[in-house]
Design a protein around this ligand. Sequence first.
Ligand SMILES: [Zn+2]
Length: 514
Amino acid sequence: MAAKATTTIRQGMHYQPEHAAWFAANQVLFNQVAAFYFEVMQAHEKILDLGDQDALSALEKLTHATKKNLHPVMPLSSIGKHIPAMFRRAAIHAAMGSARAFSSSLKKWRTRKEKYEAKIPRKGEKKKSFSERPPVPPRSWNKSVSLYAGLWKERSGSSILLKIWTGTCWSWVKVRTFGRDLPDGFEMGSPALVRRGKQWWLHTPIEKTFTSPPKIAAQITKASAKICAIDLNLNEQLAVCTVQTVEGTILATRFIGGGREIAGFRKRQLGQIARNRRKTGIIAENEQDNADLWRKIRNADEHIAHLVSARIVQFAAEQGASILVFEHLGNLQPEKGKYSRRGNTKRAFWMKGRIFNFAKYKAWNRGIITSRVNPRNTSRECYRCHGLIVRYAEGQPVSGYTPGTPLCLCPECQMRGNSDRNASLVIGSRLIEPGCQTRRETIYFSSKARRRQRAWHRAGREASDGNASPIYSYPTTALHRVGATLHLLRMLIMEEWKKPLGFNRSGVSQTKNK
Ligand SMILES: [Zn+2]
């Protein structure tokens, strides 16, 4: 079976200053059209039961005037005249992605509500009404414009012509592109115009087809198959990876640190935010305060998640592992303490989720599949005999269980070692051990998930190939981000904490998805 690897190439653009206003006008129109189609779908809910292709035809019939269809029910011409067909279709697909997501979360909410209301309260107890709020449709639209075939031409390594709504007319604009070239062996999708700060970028999704790796059940019947198990932490060791064969021979371990530095960085920013808030008093509703500081935190978190996930996958690939195993992340335990402390733990927890998500697609691009196992007691069990371990720090008495401490001892079999490494071995063994197999879960990078992640449209094909919303949550590589996002402020922010973490560019560059 064929599988696909996808990634996004981000290119910077040189353009005339006035063109920035045109790109903005173009995006505004795109979002008006998308919001319009979202409304149409809300008014005609049945459309969402159709496949993408049929839904597209149905929507066009409802909105687009042709010779056969002179008076559509909800004419698009109310938004704008002479909108190019491919622009319309790209907007329809963006709207469809949002509408499908909204409709499915609404459905799930209704099911939860029904289930709750069907429950019979225990004797003597008064039943509370269902308090969870229903999901709301998007309040604002800010999607990037996906340029389907016909809206761009004459693409070379250093320039491209784009068809843009300038605010007054449709016009071809020539821009120079710089940054990473499109690699060979990939098929190119529709480029998208993406705004980051004040700059506009050209993002191009690219796709490669390869033979899909065998399923986990098939892989672990081979004794020589290698798996890489990862324990993600909130402490200094953000990830501890151990490669073992299916037979249980441990081959290599890698500690990926940097947790303390990022936590310290985050804590300083959160502390600053708290101080600023105290100074300014009450925050106006719907107004993002301290936007710069929040962005700093977000960028740092995302960047670290990319570096750590890239290192995990790189390590697994070096060791010849064909499966990554994580544990389910579970729920965040609320913590007491100051604002900065609570906020920090929350973000560290979210970062674990990001590392998992990024590692999943980076691994897939190298033909490595990802799995998750039951997290129950992974850090309390001994990997060798499954007895309960003693966990302690150096200089502490070797007894009891102190969460977060680095050393462990198994009183049953005298296993001694690092407790995070032990946890990663337990995670690995859960995948292999018979009897545990019902608990594991294979995560495929399904085409559906991919569609949700990015708009996809092959040049020269029907517009229906471009699916869902163009949310580019998948930056190609960390190196590329650093190299390409030449925003001075951003660079400074990165340098600030990158050095002490010991992450360097050469270390990152090996993570390029080949
Ligand atoms: Zn033991």
